[in-house]
Design a protein around this ligand. Structure first.
Ligand code: FAD
Ligand code: DHB
Length: 388
């Protein structure tokens, strides 16, 4: 088989890139290790930036998002039982949208089926070949047989544990990493959210987040140790751990109920540099991870895809290599700012250290954030998404 761009991974990065390329007449094939149902079953991101919404519109898959997504003009931060509100709208003129990654993935998958563009699910042993030469190839196994795709470019959109980044000779790639000694235990339930806006909670016993997917579906997270086993967390234990971290009003409004999903995610900051290796380009979680606190992971995947899709379109339509040559530097400039913001939010809101000095610094950071319009504006600018 031959295609122009072989895309590894059918997460948000791979599917969105595929859709944008297809819209511009560029052939592509997506190879995904898992089944479509497995990919759709992963409950992850909930908040998307305006620029991500714009890109989903550009890809022609934004209709359901505009119908069902919830526009949020601000966010709330609760510090040891006292809630504060930061208005994005007043500080930046912008908003974010609450619309689940599961729904975005579904919209992108439906768009791909409608475009009759090829996706191979359950592709095993995906292997990248010759991407430093002019004729890269990707081989894989499906339905018991070996297959090979010849292509012009390979897009590595296969997440943090994927094969693309690992295919790069070690001496050519630099990794920058910080692992936090904690995770998030998340619970999804068909209960009304405690608040119309998200509440990020800083509490002496640990971080919590009250989020949502719709007016009838809530998503909650609590900070947990990395050693936790989700099996040790029956729903009742989760609710009992969450309650004392909330303010009185939120606690009164909390409606508990059976979980639909519960999972633990470790917190990590990671960046691989550069993002281009000959004819291989890395995008999204394959290249970088942020701790979830700033709600930036999916948004960064979309921002890489924006740069990469434009670069590939420029290559095919204008015969210009400029975008491809600058892809890595342009994408990384935005990535590092989101890394900084996500690290800052993580360090400011979690119980990471038992040193009272560190805890006093967190409180000083937050007090400054609530009192200084400059600090609040800097926060809001980052949360709604920095301009390209
Ligand atoms: P992925 O979604 O990981 O997709 C990669 C795909 O590649 C997967 O389908 C995988 O199966 C496939 N794959 C892997 N290896 C191979 C292989 N060898 N061959 C073929 N296919 C392969 N981000 C936000 O922006 N906002 C939020 O509010 C937010 N909240 C989050 C909450 C949690 C609890 C978590 C865990 C994450 C959150 N994120 C958030 C981050 C966001 O979910 C990720 O950044 C996003 O999924 C990245 O998309 P991706 O396509 O790059 O990678
Ligand atoms: C959600 C996840 C996040 O990481 C975040 O910062 C906000 C919301 C969510 O899943 O709803």
């Amino acid at each position: 088989m031959r295609t122009q761009v072989a895309i590894i991974g059918a997460g948000p990065a791979g599917l969105l890139l595929g859709q944008l390329l297809h819209k511009n007449g560029i052939d592509n094939v997506i190879l995904e290790r898992q089944t479509a149902d497995y990919v759709l079953g992963r409950v992850r991101a909930g908040v998307i930036e305006q620029v991500t919404m714009d890109l989903l519109d550009e890809a022609g898959v934004g209709a359901r998002m505009h119908q069902d997504g919830l526009i949020h003009d601000g966010v709330q931060i609760c510090v040891d039982g006292v809630r504060h509100r930061l208005s994005f709208k007043e500080l930046t003129g912008k908003s974010v949208m609450v619309y689940g990654q599961t729904e975005i993935t579904k919209d992108l998958m439906d768009g791909r089926v409608a475009a009759v563009a090829p996706t191979v699910y359950s592709a095993q042993d995906v292997t990248l070949h010759d991407f430093f030469g002019d004729n890269p190839r990707v081989s894989y196994r499906a339905e018991g047989r070996g297959h090979e795709i010849a292509c012009d470019f390979i897009a590595g959109c296969d997440g943090f544990h994927g094969i693309s980044r690992k295919s790069v000779p070690p001496g050519l790639i630099s990794a920058y990493e910080r692992v936090y000694p904690l995770g998030w235990l998340g619970l999804l339930s068909d209960t009304p959210p405690v608040s119309e806006e998200l509440i990020y909670v800083r509490h002496a016993t640990g971080f919590a987040l009250c989020s949502m997917r719709s007016p009838t579906r809530s998503r909650y997270y609590i900070q947990c140790s990395l050693a936790e086993d989700v099996e040790a967390w029956p729903d009742e234990r989760f609710w009992e751990e969450l309650k004392p971290r909330l303010d009185d009003e939120a606690r009164d409004r909390l409606v508990t109920g059976p979980s639909i999903e519960k999972s633990i995610a470790p917190l990590r900051s990671f960046v691989a540099e550069p993002l281009r290796f000959g004819r291989l380009f890395l995008a999204g979680d394959a290249a970088h991870i942020v701790p979830p606190t700033g709600a930036k992971g999916l948004n960064l995947a979309a921002s890489d895809v924006r740069y990469l899709s434009r670069a590939l379109i420029e290559h095919y339509q204008e015969k210009s290599a400029d975008g491809l040559e600058h892809y890595s530097a342009r994408a990384l400039a935005r990535v590092w700012k989101a890394e900084r913001f996500s690290w800052w939010m993580t360090m400011t809101l979690h119980r990471i250290s038992d040193n009272p000095f560190d805890q006093k610094l967190q409180l000083a950071e937050l007090d400054y954030l609530f009192r200084s319009p400059a600090a609040a504006t800097a926060f809001a600018e980052n949360y709604v998404g920095l301009p390209y």
